[in-house]
Ligand binder design. Structure first.
Ligand code: GLP
Length: 233
């Protein structure tokens, strides 16, 4: 893993943008995208740039089960607001949270990824070490699957909803195996509440207790953290 420590998420966003830019300059055509507060500064820098994605494809990591694309807390909606309105792609894929048939939806999404191999995947990091919505204990061999969110993730994500009871209990997520197929991976993490997960991801054993630790098995991972998130390293 290549570790870059920055002062804050503003500087991290700029560095994240540079990673996108170099993938773009090297011919990347499929960008794996993430939601959450972490990638926002990178998306801002991309939005302000002259990069053009109108011939490119994006594939998002995950979506809450039960939320339609026009729900303000859906990941579809998030992507629209933070990136796609400013930088449209030729094709943008996000799991369909309204599909009640998990077997069909996860197979459909696996096929999308097979047809559009990801050149650069951006990731955030859960406080419990999750990536996408791959919670601790997830079988690393899984590709896209339906996930029961853990209590800690529901609590962490409740800040985006009016109250905790509105947070969906399930999500569709790319698996760890899907993520590891990406050619390049960029993970960003900011804030002290991520420090333990960062340490376990970078220095700890590779274990299902810390899904992000499987990134140690990938040959091309860049990790951008601020000083607070790096404080336990
Ligand atoms: C969510 C998302 C992840 C994200 C993580 C961290 O649960 N499914 O993709 O990386 O939590 O969120 P944040 O970036 O807001 O800290």
């Amino acid at each position: 893993m290549k570790l870059i420590v920055v002062k804050d998420r503003q500087e991290g966003g700029q560095k994240g943008y540079n990673v996108f830019q170099s993938a773009y300059d090297n011919g990347a055509k499929v960008f794996g995208l993430a939601t959450g507060s972490t990638p926002i500064t990178t998306y801002e820098a991309i939005s302000a740039s002259d990069m053009d994605f109108t011939q490119m494809t994006s594939v998002n990591l995950d979506e809450y089960v039960g939320l339609a694309a026009d729900h303000p807390q859906s990941y579809h909606y998030f992507m629209q607001e933070h990136l796609f309105n400013q930088k449209p792609f030729a094709h943008s894929y996000v799991p369909d949270g309204t599909n009640p048939d998990a077997v069909a939806e996860t197979a459909r999404y696996d096929q999308i990824i097979a047809d559009n191999p990801i050149d650069l995947q951006i990731l955030g990091l859960g406080q419990n070490g999750h990536i996408g919505f791959n919670e601790p204990g997830t079988d690393p061999e899984l590709t896209t699957h339906k996930v029961a969110l853990t209590e800690s993730t529901i609590k962490a994500n409740a800040r985006f909803f009016d109250n905790e009871s509105e947070v969906p209990r399930y999500a569709y997520s790319m698996g760890i195996a899907s993520i590891l197929k990406s050619q390049h991976i960029l993970l960003e993490a900011y804030g002290e509440e991520k420090a333990a997960a960062v340490k376990a991801m970078v220095e700890g054993p590779i274990t299902t207790d810390v899904p992000a630790s499987f990134l140690q098995n990938h040959a091309d991972v860049t990790v951008i953290v601020d000083e607070a998130a790096a404080s336990k390293l």
